[in-house]
Design a binder for this molecule. Structure first.
Ligand SMILES: Cc1cc2nc3c(=O)[nH]c(=O)nc-3n(C[C@H](O)[C@H](O)[C@H](O)COP(=O)(O)OP(=O)(O)OC[C@H]3O[C@@H](n4cnc5c(N)ncnc54)[C@H](O)[C@@H]3O)c2cc1C
Length: 340
């Protein structure tokens, strides 16, 4: 603690997803300074590209039971976090739908078999009529699928905007366009009581165990498409998801490539993502492409998040493809080591 009456000073390094969740958790009791290497309006970090689906059951196919269970717990924490914001941010827990074309039944069955049981939450097989009830615009398009009622999603761009505005109103100091270094308990040689290192892949310079996992996404405006919830298409070559956002915007994603290359999306990935989306809903044909992006998910070798504490520095990283799913739980665990 610093001088009597003054709030302890905290530096948050990296104002992506984790940095924002940490700042919101600390806002009441700390004097916060944020360092972010990008410009304020940049949309380059993983957190801005993400589909922001909260999908513990679907992701259980590729992650451990413990991670999926943590994700289930974290969904319940998002409403409390979002309630701290001055502006409303779209959040829903209306489930997600998994579908496959007739010829890809095998992929759907294999996916269903690999889902892990989660605290009483299970998938419900759905037929053509039930799919039409859930998503009327997919009526007749698919005859089989799975409904995962426990899943949710939020509007990540809305969250980024609202978190900045709220934190600014609370007097948080911002240094944008500053490539910060964390060394000797200081940020850019400035001393703080606490430093929360949330640099995502940017922390690789200090942590060689960290790697980036490339993901590519398209963001579309498609007024002819109306979907109530995220839809995943099982496909042997082009598995995709379509995550609806407010105002007929959709995030179509995502490739997953073991590569540190964060250069622009390739033509091949663009064609695959958009073609697969069109096979789900022909209304995407007249959609407008708002952005085509590529970014790196920060991951460790086991794809599990890590909290590392050394003196006054707490590093939170490796949230891989589960940042939105896990951030509320992981950040709270990290900050409970002395700050909360
Ligand atoms: C295509 C794609 C789709 C995804 N979809 C989902 C999804 O549906 N659901 C889900 O749960 N997760 C999803 N994710 C994963 C999620 O986005 C990440 O896990 C999450 O963003 C990681 O948060 P972070 O704060 O650690 O990193 P980031 O969000 O990348 O933030 C790190 C920040 O640190 C800044 N920075 C780096 N170095 C420095 C430095 N030296 N000084 C100052 N600032 C620095 C960066 O500019 C950046 O703003 C997706 C990711 C991708 C790429």
């Amino acid at each position: 603690m610093s001088t009597l009456g003054k709030k302890p000073r905290v530096a948050i390094v990296g104002f992506g997803l984790v940095g924002r969740v940490a700042a919101l958790e600390l806002i009441e009791h700390y004097d916060i300074t944020v360092y972010e290497r990008d410009r304020q309006d940049a949309q380059t970090g993983a957190g801005t590209l993400a589909a922001a689906m909260l999908a513990p059951l679907a992701e259980s196919v590729i992650c451990s039971q413990a991670i999926a269970q943590q994700g289930l717990d974290a969904i319940k924490m998002w409403p409390r976090l979002l309630a701290k914001l001055d502006d409303a941010v779209f959040f829903q827990q209306a489930g997600s739908l998994i579908v496959a074309h007739q010829q890809d039944r095998g992929d759907l069955q294999s996916f269903a078999q690999r889902l892990k049981p989660l605290d009483g939450h299970r998938p419900y097989p759905v037929d053509q009529r039930m799919i039409a009830d859930l998503e009327p615009e997919l009526s007749g398009q698919f005859t089989q699928g799975l409904f995962l009622p426990c899943e949710g999603q939020l509007d990540n761009l809305g969250f980024f905007k609202a978190s900045f505005n709220t934190l600014k109103r609370h007097g948080v100091h911002f240094f944008y366009g500053q490539e910060a270094t964390v060394a000797d308990g200081c940020v850019n040689n400035q001393a703080y009581d606490w430093i929360i290192d949330c640099r995502g892949v940017g922390a690789k310079v200090d942590n060689p165990q960290l790697r980036g996992v490339r993901g590519e996404v398209a963001r579309l405006f498609a007024p002819e498409v109306c979907l109530q919830r995220p839809v995943r298409l099982m496909h042997p070559r082009y598995p995709i998801y379509i995550a609806p956002k407010p105002n007929h915007e959709f995030v179509i994603g995502a490739t997953e490539i073991e590569s540190q290359d964060d250069a622009e999306i390739t033509v091949r990935s663009t064609l695959e993502l958009l073609s697969a989306a069109y096979t789900v809903h022909s209304g995407f044909a007249e959609g407008r492409v708002l952005s085509l992006n590529a970014g790196l998910r920060p991951a460790f070798v086991d794809n599990h998040p890590r909290i590392e504490k050394k003196d006054n520095v707490i590093a939170i990283n490796g949230l891989y493809r589960h940042g939105y799913l896990l951030a509320p739980v992981v950040v709270q665990q990290a900050l409970s080591e002395g700050l909360l």
